[in-house]
Design a binder for this molecule. Structure first.
Ligand SMILES: *[C@@H]1O[C@H](CO)[C@@H](O)[C@H](O)[C@H]1NC(C)=O
Ligand SMILES: *[C@@H]1O[C@H](CO)[C@@H](O)[C@H](O)[C@H]1NC(C)=O
Ligand SMILES: *[C@@H]1O[C@H](CO)[C@@H](O)[C@H](O)[C@H]1NC(C)=O
Ligand SMILES: *[C@@H]1O[C@H](CO)[C@@H](O)[C@H](O)[C@H]1NC(C)=O
Ligand SMILES: *[C@@H]1O[C@H](CO)[C@@H](O)[C@H](O)[C@H]1NC(C)=O
Ligand SMILES: *[C@@H]1O[C@H](CO)[C@@H](O)[C@H](O)[C@H]1NC(C)=O
Ligand SMILES: *[C@@H]1O[C@H](CO)[C@@H](O)[C@H](O)[C@H]1NC(C)=O
Ligand SMILES: *[C@@H]1O[C@H](CO)[C@@H](O)[C@H](O)[C@H]1NC(C)=O
Ligand SMILES: *[C@@H]1O[C@H](CO)[C@@H](O)[C@H](O)[C@H]1NC(C)=O
Ligand SMILES: *[C@@H]1O[C@H](CO)[C@@H](O)[C@H](O)[C@H]1NC(C)=O
Ligand SMILES: *[C@@H]1O[C@H](CO)[C@@H](O)[C@H](O)[C@H]1NC(C)=O
Ligand SMILES: *[C@@H]1O[C@H](CO)[C@@H](O)[C@H](O)[C@H]1NC(C)=O
Ligand SMILES: [Cu+2]
Length: 578
């Protein structure tokens, strides 16, 4: 009797595990994943300052989204705060689903207080590390989190399966309210206050005052490989990152596999993601290791020059080891803050994996050539005011081809879809600068930018080559340009003025890196190619948030193709209204 109870218990346990197995497998096979994002205030304390910040589900940084290639995501965003909200799924191509892309006043009106919106999209042909963030004003300073796309079932990484995967998301912490910071800067025309700290997974680490307890710790075992999913969600700063006494193997950038290469330090711009393999030491070292990041800075403005740190700690195998005290703390050596030479060498190492399974489909022919200047400028100070721009009569501004982009008061995508662009935007964005000048030489006397809401209209499947030329107006500076809706191939880059007669001969049309955000070199240019195979309205902007605020942004309108799968879906019923 006892035995039979035991075996029936065992049997039901077996049944349960069987049921669990199926539920688990079904869950994995289920291609629709539901998330709910409640936007709320939460008190967060860092550097001994408590601040009420806007969060998703009360978490800072926000929750991790984990999906598989091919999955559909349904994310219901509910706004419980007084601010307008919108969320961008950074790097997701949004094929035919531009309504879910997220930039406020570009693809949607914001989600207003008390309202909600379901972001509905399928992940097609992408796998790797991306992230999500607010895409309105400077709210992404606290509203961001990882978006991880695992390979399909039965599909593998093009490298050995790592022991563990760890997202490492960089951010920037302000003791003050970031909405006040940018509002004030836009009013007085000066540079906004800089952040008080950088963060790793929301934590500034031991190198700041009153912050040692807020330190990210990565506990590892010896002789294992860890996949670090690095994400730069900082507002305004490119970052160098390294781990003392360890090398990193770069295997992916912006959710596209690259040819692996080994490096001590990586450089990552806001909007970029980089997957690296970290091989731990074979034997327990008598040390712990700092991992740290600090900025790469090229412009003339003030910046946060501080260093964020986390700790790489080897888990001790036994009590004997635990008693080891006074472990040496080793620190990585990061490049100097303006090390453009490092930035160039690092950029040149990035190549697409370009394998049979993961080919680099670089457009070989070009239908339309574009040449855009990107950089700073000035706009006039309002009558009777004293501004804090380059002169007391000017404000800082930024522009693409001298057009400082003004966001409309309704969303561009609706205007486009319903054929109501009149008075909202004009299709005459310049293909090249109206007044050519020596872009990287002495800046012209007149630094005033023009402004408007102008777009480039492209027929479906146009093959585009775009050269982005940095200018030296108010100082040459690296600008990480981000394109929504597409990945692009970085076919060339260089310093000085782009030479259309000579430079194309050196373009890499075989295995250029494919990504969604690229640093236009300080005092130089970058050439990208993409196929406009995604109908919709696609924002392109500097991912240094201050430059975006100043107008370094524009949009591409890609028309529908003829086939049903070449058309933008109709707008969802709950699309927010302005
Ligand atoms: C944050 O702290 C303030 C002051 O202590 C308090 O009034 C408020 O209720 C707190 N907010 C939350 C969301 O906990
Ligand atoms: C999501 O979008 C697809 C494609 O437009 C549509 O068929 C589906 O009904 C949508 N799902 C929800 C829950 O809105
Ligand atoms: C760390 O690197 C330094 C410099 O290369 C070396 O002298 C030291 O032995 C290393 N220590 C450990 C624990 O790896
Ligand atoms: C950072 O900037 C401050 C103020 O300009 C300066 O005093 C300090 O030396 C700088 N620190 C580093 C590490 O460059
Ligand atoms: C470990 O390093 C510390 C500090 O450098 C040293 O005091 C200690 O003797 C070392 N222990 C061993 C077992 O090597
Ligand atoms: C980098 O900064 C140092 C001072 O910190 C300066 O001496 C040097 O000229 C700068 N290099 C460049 C390329 O701007
Ligand atoms: C500028 O300020 C002066 C003195 O305060 C005032 O008389 C004048 O009307 C102002 N002009 C404008 C355009 O606001
Ligand atoms: C602006 O600067 C100029 C030159 O430095 C000065 O003459 C003028 O008084 C300033 N104007 C204001 C409103 O401060
Ligand atoms: C542009 O300016 C740079 C720096 O002054 C100079 O070296 C270069 O020759 C100029 N290029 C042209 C085409 O004038
Ligand atoms: C810029 O201003 C300087 C000094 O006022 C003048 O000599 C120069 O010719 C001007 N350059 C241009 C391109 O207008
Ligand atoms: C746009 O340019 C016009 C003309 O220079 C100017 O009056 C206006 O203030 C500018 N608007 C913005 C938002 O900069
Ligand atoms: C929110 O967005 C709506 C629609 O664009 C706008 O009318 C309203 O002023 C915005 N509210 C805030 C607080 O920014
Ligand atoms: Cu920029």
């Amino acid at each position: 009797m006892g035995l039979s109870i035991l075996s029936s218990l065992k049997f039901s346990a077996f049944l349960l595990s069987l049921i669990n197995f199926f539920v688990f497998e079904l869950a994995l096979a289920d291609t629709t994943r539901h998330y709910r994002f409640d936007i709320r205030y939460e008190n967060v304390t860092r550097l001994c300052h408590t601040k009420s910040v806007i969060t998703v589900n009360g978490q800072f940084p926000g929750p991790r989204i984990v999906a598989r290639e091919g999955d559909r995501l349904l994310i219901k965003v509910v706004n419980h705060v007084p601010n307008n909200i919108s969320i961008h799924w950074h790097g997701i191509r949004q094929l035919q689903s531009g309504w879910a892309d997220g930039p406020a006043y570009v693809t949607q009106c914001p989600i207003q207080t008390g309202q909600s919106y379901v972001y509905n999209y399928t992940i097609k042909g992408q796998r790797g590390t991306l992230f999500w963030h607010a895409h309105i004003s400077w709210l992404r300073s606290t509203i961001y989190g990882p978006l991880i796309i695992l390979p399909r079932h039965n599909s593998q990484y093009p490298f050995a399966k790592p022991h563990k995967e760890v997202p490492i998301i960089f951010g920037e912490w302000w003791n003050s309210d970031t909405e006040a910071v940018i509002t004030q800067a836009m009013q007085n025309g000066g540079g906004p206050n800089v952040s008080d700290a950088y963060t790793i997974n929301g934590l500034p680490g031991p190198l700041y005052n009153c912050s040692a307890k807020d330190t990210f710790k990565l506990k590892v075992k010896p002789g294992k490989t860890y996949l670090l999913r690095l994400i730069n969600a900082a507002l305004n700063d490119e970052l160098f990152f390294g781990i003392a006494n360890h090398t990193l193997t770069v295997v992916e950038a912006d959710a596209v596999y690259v040819k692996p290469f080994v490096t001590n330090i990586i450089l990552i711009a806001p909007g970029q993601t980089t997957n690296v393999l970290l091989k731990t030491k074979l034997h327990y070292p008598n040390a712990t290791f700092l991992m740290s990041a600090r900025p790469y800075v090229t412009g003339l403005g003030t910046f946060d020059n501080s260093t964020v740190a986390g700790i790489l700690e080897y888990k001790t195998p036994s009590k004997a080891h635990k008693t080891l005290k006074n472990l040496q703390l080793l620190k990585p050596v990061l490049p100097v803050l303006n090390d453009t030479s490092f930035a160039t060498k690092f950029a040149n190492k990035m190549r697409s994996l370009a394998s049979a399974k993961f080919p680099a489909n670089v457009p070989q022919k070009v239908d339309r050539h574009f040449f855009f200047t990107v950089g700073l400028g000035t706009s006039p100070c309002q009558n009777n005011q004293t501004c804090q721009g380059p002169t007391n009569a000017t404000k800082f501004a930024a522009a693409v081809n001298n057009v400082s982009f003004i966001l409309p008061t309704t969303a561009l995508l609706q205007s486009h879809f319903f054929g109501q662009s009149n008075g909202i935007y004009s299709p005459n964005f310049p293909n090249s600068p109206l007044i050519p000048f020596n872009y990287t030489g002495t800046a012209p006397n007149n630094t005033m930018v023009s402004n408007g809401t102008k777009v480039v209209v492209l027929p479906f499947n146009t093959s585009v080559e775009l050269v982005m030329q940095g200018t030296s107006i108010l100082g040459a500076e690296s600008h990480p340009l981000h394109l929504h809706g597409f990945n692009f191939f970085v076919v060339g880059q260089g310093f000085g003025n782009y030479n259309p007669n000579k430079d194309p001969a050196n373009f890499n049309l075989v295995d250029p890196v494919e990504r969604n955000t690229i640093g236009v070199p300080s005092g130089g240019w970058v050439a990208i190619r993409f196929l406009a195979d995604n109908p919709g309205v696609w924002f392109m902007h500097c991912h240094l948030e201050v430059h975006t605020s100043w107008g370094l942004r524009m949009a591409w309108v890609v028309l529908d193709g003829k086939l049903p799968n070449q058309k933008l879906f109709p707008p969802p019923a709950d699309l927010p209204k302005c």
